[in-house]
Design a binder for this molecule. Sequence first.
Ligand code: BGC
Length: 337
Amino acid sequence: MRAAGLDYESRALVERDLPEPRGAGAGEALLRVREVGICGTDRELATFSIGFPPEGESFLVLGHEALAQVVEAGPGVKALKPGDWVVPLVRRPCNPPCFSCARGRRDLCLTGKALERGIFGLHGYFAEYAVDSEADLVRVPEALLDTAVLIEPLSVVEKAVETALRIHEPGARTALVFGAGPIGLLAAMVLELRGLRAAIVSLEPPDHPRARLVAAAGIEYLNTPGERKADIVIEAAGAADAAMAGLRSLAPLGVLGVLGSPDARGEIPFRDMLVKNQTVFGSVNASPEAFQRALEDLPRMDAGVLKRMIHRASFGDFATTIPAAAGGAAKVVHVIE
Ligand code: BGC
């Protein structure tokens, strides 16, 4: 079968012909992958600055944002049958499981040894077939298929927004999201669903496709936060400057969630933070509950905006789409014909 991934010997992004999986074992489903979304993590992986292949191998199949169809359900599989559509969880618990992994919160893994499909030590889904345990798959209703490939990135957002709202004392009303890429836009849309008034701060000019998509979603778009303060601030720009600016944009009791920033150099205003009861937290990956919330929220979001967010490409385009800087409005999604 065709697979796209990283060759750790030649340090290149390549297509490989891999053997098809033998079938579904007990509790497993054999999947025909239909779509794979690309994000900043894939771009980082392709620079070989993060990630590693499965133990004893020198190739890693990329792809962690996937939509697939069950072709075979192994013995003991309860809720899935051939033809069902699924989105896989990315992370697999550490072994032996730490306290978090044992209680079903692999996204909060304590050892750092949890593996991630298509990222850390496990093959991803940029291939024609894959096998997963039923427990690692989220069933998707057919009505959501057009945009279901967004469920994984949306789950990451759901976890962060839930964390921010849980930490904030009751009464959060305003939000600022730094970054107008897919994660930023999804974050602002989820915050609005939760009843907050959200604005997105990003550097692109107002006529840039990303800014226009923000406007189409009915969300305010700013090039700079200015003196604006917000109760919830989400950094989704993947930029240290954005995280530092986010810190300065916190209202009293404000909560800043950092999703993508690399290490930042700058002053941390601890005094201000303590007298204003502010919080900064980091968030990665998503809980199974966050995937469920993504499933619930997706149909409540503006379908036109979600569709405009997706740009579909063919399998072979990966050589250009993965290394490319995330410039346009769109989430690139490869269709695995
Ligand atoms: C994925 C997460 C993953 C993280 C770190 C993100 O792109 O969406 O599921 O945990 O990368 O590897």
